[in-house]
Design a protein around this ligand. Structure first.
Ligand code: NAD
Length: 367
Protein backbone atom coordinates (compact mmCIF):
# COMPACT_ATOMS: atom_id res chain seq x y z
CA UNK A 1 0.00 0.00 0.00
CA UNK A 2 1.27 3.44 -0.92
CA UNK A 3 1.93 5.70 2.06
CA UNK A 4 -0.72 8.15 0.97
CA UNK A 5 -0.22 10.83 3.63
CA UNK A 6 3.57 10.73 3.22
CA UNK A 7 3.11 11.18 -0.53
CA UNK A 8 0.65 14.03 -0.02
CA UNK A 9 3.09 15.75 2.29
CA UNK A 10 6.03 15.28 -0.08
CA UNK A 11 4.17 16.50 -3.13
CA UNK A 12 2.27 19.20 -1.23
CA UNK A 13 -1.30 18.14 -2.02
CA UNK A 14 -4.23 19.79 -0.31
CA UNK A 15 -6.73 16.99 -0.79
CA UNK A 16 -7.27 13.66 -2.48
CA UNK A 17 -10.79 12.27 -2.72
CA UNK A 18 -11.84 8.69 -3.50
CA UNK A 19 -15.32 8.07 -4.90
CA UNK A 20 -17.12 4.90 -5.89
CA UNK A 21 -20.52 4.37 -7.44
CA UNK A 22 -21.73 0.79 -7.27
CA UNK A 23 -24.48 1.24 -9.79
CA UNK A 24 -22.23 2.41 -12.64
CA UNK A 25 -19.01 0.72 -11.48
CA UNK A 26 -17.26 4.09 -11.14
CA UNK A 27 -14.02 4.13 -9.18
CA UNK A 28 -12.38 7.51 -9.32
CA UNK A 29 -9.73 9.49 -7.48
CA UNK A 30 -9.64 13.27 -7.65
CA UNK A 31 -6.40 14.97 -6.66
CA UNK A 32 -6.53 18.63 -5.65
CA UNK A 33 -2.90 19.66 -5.51
CA UNK A 34 -3.29 23.39 -4.99
CA UNK A 35 -5.99 26.04 -4.87
CA UNK A 36 -3.57 28.82 -3.92
CA UNK A 37 -4.07 30.68 -7.20
CA UNK A 38 -7.69 29.63 -7.73
CA UNK A 39 -9.86 26.53 -8.18
CA UNK A 40 -7.93 23.47 -9.31
CA UNK A 41 -8.37 22.51 -12.96
CA UNK A 42 -7.16 19.47 -14.86
CA UNK A 43 -8.37 16.69 -17.11
CA UNK A 44 -9.99 13.40 -16.23
CA UNK A 45 -8.01 10.37 -17.40
CA UNK A 46 -9.66 6.96 -17.78
CA UNK A 47 -7.06 4.22 -17.77
CA UNK A 48 -6.93 0.52 -17.01
CA UNK A 49 -4.41 0.86 -14.19
CA UNK A 50 -2.66 -2.34 -13.16
CA UNK A 51 -3.16 -1.46 -9.49
CA UNK A 52 -4.80 1.13 -7.26
CA UNK A 53 -1.34 2.32 -6.23
CA UNK A 54 -0.54 3.07 -9.85
CA UNK A 55 -3.73 5.12 -10.15
CA UNK A 56 -2.92 7.06 -6.96
CA UNK A 57 0.62 7.71 -8.16
CA UNK A 58 -0.67 8.98 -11.50
CA UNK A 59 -3.28 11.34 -10.03
CA UNK A 60 -0.77 12.79 -7.56
CA UNK A 61 1.90 13.33 -10.22
CA UNK A 62 -0.48 14.77 -12.82
CA UNK A 63 -2.34 17.10 -10.44
CA UNK A 64 0.93 18.62 -9.21
CA UNK A 65 1.97 19.16 -12.83
CA UNK A 66 -1.25 21.10 -13.43
CA UNK A 67 -0.46 23.52 -10.57
CA UNK A 68 2.81 24.43 -12.29
CA UNK A 69 1.22 24.61 -15.72
CA UNK A 70 -1.53 26.99 -14.58
CA UNK A 71 0.95 29.12 -12.63
CA UNK A 72 3.42 29.44 -15.51
CA UNK A 73 0.53 30.30 -17.85
CA UNK A 74 -0.42 33.19 -15.52
CA UNK A 75 -3.89 31.81 -14.83
CA UNK A 76 -5.81 32.29 -11.61
CA UNK A 77 -6.20 28.56 -11.31
CA UNK A 78 -4.74 25.79 -9.22
CA UNK A 79 -3.82 22.26 -10.20
CA UNK A 80 -6.01 19.19 -10.05
CA UNK A 81 -6.58 15.97 -11.93
CA UNK A 82 -8.94 13.01 -11.83
CA UNK A 83 -8.40 9.39 -12.77
CA UNK A 84 -11.11 6.83 -13.41
CA UNK A 85 -9.94 3.25 -13.05
CA UNK A 86 -11.14 1.20 -16.03
CA UNK A 87 -10.87 0.58 -19.74
CA UNK A 88 -12.40 3.52 -21.60
CA UNK A 89 -13.10 1.34 -24.65
CA UNK A 90 -15.26 -1.16 -22.78
CA UNK A 91 -16.25 0.33 -19.42
CA UNK A 92 -17.09 3.94 -20.23
CA UNK A 93 -20.86 4.35 -20.12
CA UNK A 94 -23.22 7.31 -19.90
CA UNK A 95 -24.15 6.18 -16.39
CA UNK A 96 -20.50 6.18 -15.31
CA UNK A 97 -19.81 9.61 -16.82
CA UNK A 98 -22.88 11.03 -15.10
CA UNK A 99 -21.81 9.51 -11.78
CA UNK A 100 -18.39 11.08 -12.26
CA UNK A 101 -20.05 14.45 -12.99
CA UNK A 102 -21.90 14.21 -9.67
CA UNK A 103 -18.64 13.51 -7.81
CA UNK A 104 -17.09 16.62 -9.36
CA UNK A 105 -20.19 18.67 -8.48
CA UNK A 106 -20.01 17.51 -4.86
CA UNK A 107 -16.64 19.27 -4.49
CA UNK A 108 -18.42 22.57 -5.05
CA UNK A 109 -15.99 23.98 -7.62
CA UNK A 110 -12.75 23.21 -5.84
CA UNK A 111 -11.93 20.93 -8.78
CA UNK A 112 -12.91 21.63 -12.40
CA UNK A 113 -12.63 18.72 -14.79
CA UNK A 114 -11.74 18.55 -18.50
CA UNK A 115 -10.71 16.07 -21.20
CA UNK A 116 -7.67 13.80 -20.94
CA UNK A 117 -6.62 10.35 -22.18
CA UNK A 118 -9.68 8.12 -22.63
CA UNK A 119 -12.13 11.05 -22.62
CA UNK A 120 -13.72 12.97 -25.46
CA UNK A 121 -15.49 16.29 -25.95
CA UNK A 122 -18.78 14.33 -26.05
CA UNK A 123 -17.98 12.75 -22.66
CA UNK A 124 -17.54 16.22 -21.18
CA UNK A 125 -20.95 17.14 -22.56
CA UNK A 126 -22.46 14.21 -20.63
CA UNK A 127 -20.65 15.19 -17.41
CA UNK A 128 -21.96 18.72 -17.84
CA UNK A 129 -25.52 17.45 -17.41
CA UNK A 130 -24.54 16.76 -13.76
CA UNK A 131 -21.98 19.41 -12.90
CA UNK A 132 -21.22 23.07 -13.49
CA UNK A 133 -17.54 22.30 -13.11
CA UNK A 134 -16.52 20.68 -16.41
CA UNK A 135 -14.88 22.54 -19.31
CA UNK A 136 -13.93 21.62 -22.88
CA UNK A 137 -17.31 20.36 -24.03
CA UNK A 138 -19.00 21.10 -27.34
CA UNK A 139 -22.38 22.15 -25.97
CA UNK A 140 -23.43 25.54 -24.64
CA UNK A 141 -20.39 27.70 -23.81
CA UNK A 142 -17.96 24.85 -24.49
CA UNK A 143 -14.62 25.53 -26.18
CA UNK A 144 -14.32 22.08 -27.81
CA UNK A 145 -11.06 20.68 -29.24
CA UNK A 146 -8.13 22.66 -27.76
CA UNK A 147 -5.47 21.51 -30.24
CA UNK A 148 -5.61 24.60 -32.47
CA UNK A 149 -4.84 26.89 -29.51
CA UNK A 150 -2.16 24.51 -28.26
CA UNK A 151 -0.52 24.69 -31.69
CA UNK A 152 -0.80 28.48 -31.76
CA UNK A 153 0.93 28.65 -28.37
CA UNK A 154 3.69 26.29 -29.51
CA UNK A 155 4.18 28.44 -32.63
CA UNK A 156 4.61 31.54 -30.41
CA UNK A 157 6.92 29.79 -27.95
CA UNK A 158 8.99 28.32 -30.78
CA UNK A 159 9.53 31.80 -32.24
CA UNK A 160 10.76 33.02 -28.83
CA UNK A 161 13.17 30.07 -28.53
CA UNK A 162 14.45 30.62 -32.08
CA UNK A 163 15.16 34.27 -31.29
CA UNK A 164 16.84 33.31 -28.03
CA UNK A 165 19.09 30.90 -29.94
CA UNK A 166 20.21 33.85 -32.12
CA UNK A 167 18.60 32.40 -35.23
CA UNK A 168 16.67 35.60 -35.94
CA UNK A 169 12.96 36.28 -36.09
CA UNK A 170 12.13 35.35 -39.64
CA UNK A 171 11.03 31.74 -40.06
CA UNK A 172 11.38 31.91 -43.83
CA UNK A 173 13.50 29.00 -44.99
CA UNK A 174 13.98 27.69 -41.44
CA UNK A 175 14.10 23.90 -41.31
CA UNK A 176 11.71 22.50 -38.73
CA UNK A 177 11.37 18.78 -38.03
CA UNK A 178 8.02 17.78 -36.52
CA UNK A 179 7.66 14.40 -34.81
CA UNK A 180 3.98 13.44 -34.85
CA UNK A 181 1.39 14.92 -37.20
CA UNK A 182 -1.67 14.48 -35.02
CA UNK A 183 -4.15 17.10 -33.84
CA UNK A 184 -1.57 19.62 -32.67
CA UNK A 185 1.20 18.67 -35.12
CA UNK A 186 -1.05 19.32 -38.09
CA UNK A 187 -2.11 22.82 -36.96
CA UNK A 188 1.49 23.65 -36.05
CA UNK A 189 2.64 22.59 -39.52
CA UNK A 190 0.02 24.90 -40.98
CA UNK A 191 1.25 27.95 -38.97
CA UNK A 192 4.89 27.19 -39.79
CA UNK A 193 4.22 26.71 -43.49
CA UNK A 194 2.36 30.03 -43.62
CA UNK A 195 5.44 31.65 -42.02
CA UNK A 196 7.67 30.24 -44.77
CA UNK A 197 9.39 27.41 -42.85
CA UNK A 198 10.58 24.22 -44.56
CA UNK A 199 8.99 21.23 -42.90
CA UNK A 200 10.34 17.74 -42.35
CA UNK A 201 7.75 15.45 -40.77
CA UNK A 202 7.32 11.94 -39.42
CA UNK A 203 4.50 9.86 -38.00
CA UNK A 204 3.84 6.18 -37.47
CA UNK A 205 0.65 6.41 -39.56
CA UNK A 206 0.67 7.61 -43.18
CA UNK A 207 -2.70 9.42 -43.49
CA UNK A 208 -1.92 12.85 -42.06
CA UNK A 209 1.65 12.67 -43.38
CA UNK A 210 0.54 12.56 -46.98
CA UNK A 211 -1.86 15.41 -46.29
CA UNK A 212 0.90 17.69 -44.88
CA UNK A 213 3.31 16.67 -47.62
CA UNK A 214 0.71 17.75 -50.15
CA UNK A 215 -0.67 20.86 -48.42
CA UNK A 216 2.54 22.25 -46.89
CA UNK A 217 5.26 20.85 -49.19
CA UNK A 218 6.66 18.86 -46.25
CA UNK A 219 9.37 16.25 -46.65
CA UNK A 220 8.54 12.92 -45.01
CA UNK A 221 11.15 10.93 -43.07
CA UNK A 222 10.85 7.72 -41.06
CA UNK A 223 10.15 7.83 -37.29
CA UNK A 224 13.73 6.63 -36.68
CA UNK A 225 15.30 9.34 -38.85
CA UNK A 226 13.44 12.37 -37.51
CA UNK A 227 16.02 12.81 -34.70
CA UNK A 228 18.92 12.94 -37.17
CA UNK A 229 17.49 15.58 -39.49
CA UNK A 230 19.70 18.61 -40.21
CA UNK A 231 17.45 21.38 -38.97
CA UNK A 232 17.17 24.47 -36.81
CA UNK A 233 14.23 23.20 -34.75
CA UNK A 234 13.15 19.75 -33.60
CA UNK A 235 9.51 19.77 -32.52
CA UNK A 236 8.28 16.77 -30.49
CA UNK A 237 4.51 16.55 -31.01
CA UNK A 238 3.87 12.87 -30.35
CA UNK A 239 4.81 11.07 -27.14
CA UNK A 240 6.63 11.80 -23.90
CA UNK A 241 10.14 10.68 -22.81
CA UNK A 242 11.57 11.06 -26.32
CA UNK A 243 14.48 13.23 -25.16
CA UNK A 244 16.83 10.72 -23.60
CA UNK A 245 20.37 9.31 -23.64
CA UNK A 246 19.66 7.49 -26.89
CA UNK A 247 18.05 10.32 -28.88
CA UNK A 248 19.83 13.49 -27.65
CA UNK A 249 23.22 12.47 -29.15
CA UNK A 250 21.48 12.16 -32.55
CA UNK A 251 19.98 15.68 -32.55
CA UNK A 252 21.44 18.22 -34.99
CA UNK A 253 19.03 21.03 -34.13
CA UNK A 254 19.60 24.30 -32.25
CA UNK A 255 16.17 24.42 -30.61
CA UNK A 256 13.72 21.84 -29.21
CA UNK A 257 10.17 23.21 -29.06
CA UNK A 258 7.06 21.06 -29.31
CA UNK A 259 3.74 20.24 -27.68
CA UNK A 260 4.31 16.71 -26.31
CA UNK A 261 4.00 16.35 -22.54
CA UNK A 262 6.93 15.13 -20.40
CA UNK A 263 9.48 15.25 -23.22
CA UNK A 264 12.54 14.71 -21.01
CA UNK A 265 12.83 11.09 -19.93
CA UNK A 266 14.84 12.13 -16.85
CA UNK A 267 15.61 15.55 -15.36
CA UNK A 268 19.29 15.08 -16.29
CA UNK A 269 18.40 14.89 -19.96
CA UNK A 270 17.92 18.66 -19.82
CA UNK A 271 21.62 18.94 -18.90
CA UNK A 272 22.58 16.91 -21.97
CA UNK A 273 20.65 19.39 -24.13
CA UNK A 274 22.44 22.31 -22.44
CA UNK A 275 25.80 20.63 -23.04
CA UNK A 276 24.97 20.51 -26.76
CA UNK A 277 23.92 24.19 -26.72
CA UNK A 278 20.40 23.24 -27.67
CA UNK A 279 17.76 25.69 -26.46
CA UNK A 280 14.90 23.75 -24.87
CA UNK A 281 11.44 25.32 -24.46
CA UNK A 282 9.94 23.48 -21.44
CA UNK A 283 6.94 21.41 -22.48
CA UNK A 284 4.37 22.44 -19.90
CA UNK A 285 5.04 26.12 -20.59
CA UNK A 286 5.02 25.98 -24.38
CA UNK A 287 1.96 23.68 -24.59
CA UNK A 288 -0.28 25.69 -22.25
CA UNK A 289 -2.50 27.05 -25.06
CA UNK A 290 -4.98 24.20 -24.57
CA UNK A 291 -5.30 24.91 -20.86
CA UNK A 292 -5.71 28.63 -21.50
CA UNK A 293 -8.42 27.77 -24.03
CA UNK A 294 -10.53 25.68 -21.65
CA UNK A 295 -9.91 28.05 -18.73
CA UNK A 296 -11.42 30.84 -20.82
CA UNK A 297 -14.82 29.13 -20.56
CA UNK A 298 -14.94 30.09 -16.90
CA UNK A 299 -15.12 33.76 -17.88
CA UNK A 300 -17.42 33.20 -20.88
CA UNK A 301 -15.43 32.02 -23.90
CA UNK A 302 -14.10 34.81 -26.09
CA UNK A 303 -11.82 33.69 -28.93
CA UNK A 304 -10.10 37.08 -29.36
CA UNK A 305 -9.18 37.19 -25.67
CA UNK A 306 -7.92 33.62 -25.85
CA UNK A 307 -5.72 34.37 -28.88
CA UNK A 308 -4.27 37.37 -27.05
CA UNK A 309 -3.56 35.33 -23.97
CA UNK A 310 -2.07 32.40 -25.89
CA UNK A 311 0.20 34.85 -27.77
CA UNK A 312 1.82 35.54 -24.41
CA UNK A 313 3.41 32.08 -24.53
CA UNK A 314 6.10 33.97 -26.50
CA UNK A 315 6.88 36.11 -23.42
CA UNK A 316 6.65 33.15 -21.08
CA UNK A 317 9.27 31.21 -23.03
CA UNK A 318 11.50 34.29 -23.33
CA UNK A 319 11.32 34.83 -19.56
CA UNK A 320 12.11 31.20 -18.80
CA UNK A 321 15.08 31.11 -21.18
CA UNK A 322 16.46 34.41 -19.86
CA UNK A 323 16.29 33.14 -16.28
CA UNK A 324 17.87 29.86 -17.31
CA UNK A 325 20.77 31.77 -18.87
CA UNK A 326 21.14 34.22 -16.01
CA UNK A 327 21.23 31.53 -13.32
CA UNK A 328 22.88 28.88 -15.52
CA UNK A 329 20.11 26.38 -14.77
CA UNK A 330 18.12 24.08 -17.02
CA UNK A 331 15.09 25.78 -18.62
CA UNK A 332 12.66 23.42 -16.90
CA UNK A 333 14.12 24.41 -13.51
CA UNK A 334 13.81 28.07 -14.47
CA UNK A 335 10.16 27.45 -15.37
CA UNK A 336 9.54 25.77 -12.01
CA UNK A 337 11.20 28.69 -10.23
CA UNK A 338 8.91 31.22 -11.92
CA UNK A 339 5.83 29.06 -11.18
CA UNK A 340 6.86 28.68 -7.51
CA UNK A 341 7.38 32.44 -7.16
CA UNK A 342 3.85 33.00 -8.44
CA UNK A 343 2.53 30.44 -5.96
CA UNK A 344 4.26 32.33 -3.14
CA UNK A 345 2.71 35.63 -4.24
CA UNK A 346 -0.82 34.50 -3.55
CA UNK A 347 -3.18 36.94 -5.27
CA UNK A 348 -5.79 38.75 -3.19
CA UNK A 349 -8.72 37.37 -5.10
CA UNK A 350 -8.51 33.61 -4.52
CA UNK A 351 -10.99 30.93 -3.58
CA UNK A 352 -13.87 29.85 -5.74
CA UNK A 353 -14.32 33.17 -7.45
CA UNK A 354 -13.79 32.44 -11.14
CA UNK A 355 -13.94 36.03 -12.33
CA UNK A 356 -11.83 36.89 -14.07
CA UNK A 357 -9.49 33.96 -14.61
CA UNK A 358 -7.28 36.07 -16.86
CA UNK A 359 -7.06 39.09 -14.55
CA UNK A 360 -3.58 38.35 -13.22
CA UNK A 361 -2.28 37.29 -16.57
CA UNK A 362 0.85 39.33 -16.87
CA UNK A 363 3.40 36.81 -17.93
CA UNK A 364 6.32 38.92 -19.10
CA UNK A 365 7.39 40.57 -15.91
CA UNK A 366 9.27 37.85 -14.04
CA UNK A 367 12.76 38.15 -15.44
P1 NAD B 1 -2.57 12.98 -31.35
O1 NAD B 1 -2.78 11.61 -30.81
O2 NAD B 1 -3.63 13.60 -32.17
O3 NAD B 1 -1.22 13.03 -32.21
C1 NAD B 1 -0.07 12.34 -31.89
C2 NAD B 1 0.54 11.85 -33.20
O4 NAD B 1 1.82 11.30 -32.93
C3 NAD B 1 -0.30 10.77 -33.87
O5 NAD B 1 -0.52 11.10 -35.24
C4 NAD B 1 0.57 9.51 -33.74
O6 NAD B 1 0.41 8.62 -34.81
C5 NAD B 1 1.95 10.12 -33.72
N1 NAD B 1 3.00 9.28 -33.15
C6 NAD B 1 2.91 8.40 -32.13
N2 NAD B 1 4.10 7.81 -31.92
C7 NAD B 1 4.96 8.34 -32.83
C8 NAD B 1 6.33 8.14 -33.10
N3 NAD B 1 7.07 7.29 -32.42
N4 NAD B 1 6.89 8.84 -34.12
C9 NAD B 1 6.16 9.72 -34.84
N5 NAD B 1 4.85 9.94 -34.62
C10 NAD B 1 4.25 9.27 -33.61
O7 NAD B 1 -2.22 13.90 -30.07
P2 NAD B 1 -2.24 15.47 -29.98
O8 NAD B 1 -3.51 15.91 -29.37
O9 NAD B 1 -1.77 16.07 -31.24
O10 NAD B 1 -1.13 15.67 -28.85
C11 NAD B 1 0.24 15.44 -29.11
C12 NAD B 1 1.05 15.58 -27.82
O11 NAD B 1 0.86 16.87 -27.26
C13 NAD B 1 0.68 14.60 -26.72
O12 NAD B 1 1.85 14.28 -26.00
C14 NAD B 1 -0.26 15.39 -25.86
O13 NAD B 1 -0.28 14.92 -24.53
C15 NAD B 1 0.36 16.76 -25.94
N6 NAD B 1 -0.57 17.87 -25.70
C16 NAD B 1 -1.67 18.00 -26.48
C17 NAD B 1 -2.54 19.06 -26.27
C18 NAD B 1 -3.77 19.24 -27.12
O14 NAD B 1 -4.36 20.34 -27.10
N7 NAD B 1 -4.17 18.26 -27.91
C19 NAD B 1 -2.28 19.99 -25.24
C20 NAD B 1 -1.13 19.85 -24.47
C21 NAD B 1 -0.28 18.78 -24.71
Amino acid sequence: MTHVFADLENLGHEQVVFFQDKDSGLKTIIGVHSTVLGPSLGGCRMWNYASENEAIFDVLRLSKGMTYKAAIAGLKLGGGKAVIIGDSRTQKTEKLLKAFGRCVESLGGKYITAEDVGMSVEDIDIMRTQTRFAVGGSNEGGSGDPSLMTAFGVFQGMKAAIKFANLGEDLKGMRIAIQGIGHVGYHLASYLHAAGAKLIVSDIYPNQLEKVAHEFAAQIVSPEDIYKVDCEVFSPCALGAILNTKTIPMLKCKVVAGCANNQLEKDDDGLALMAKNIVYAPDYAINSGGLINVAAELDGYNKELVLGKVSQVYNTISSILSLSKRDNIQPQLAAAKIAEERLQKKPENTGMNFNPVFASANIASTV
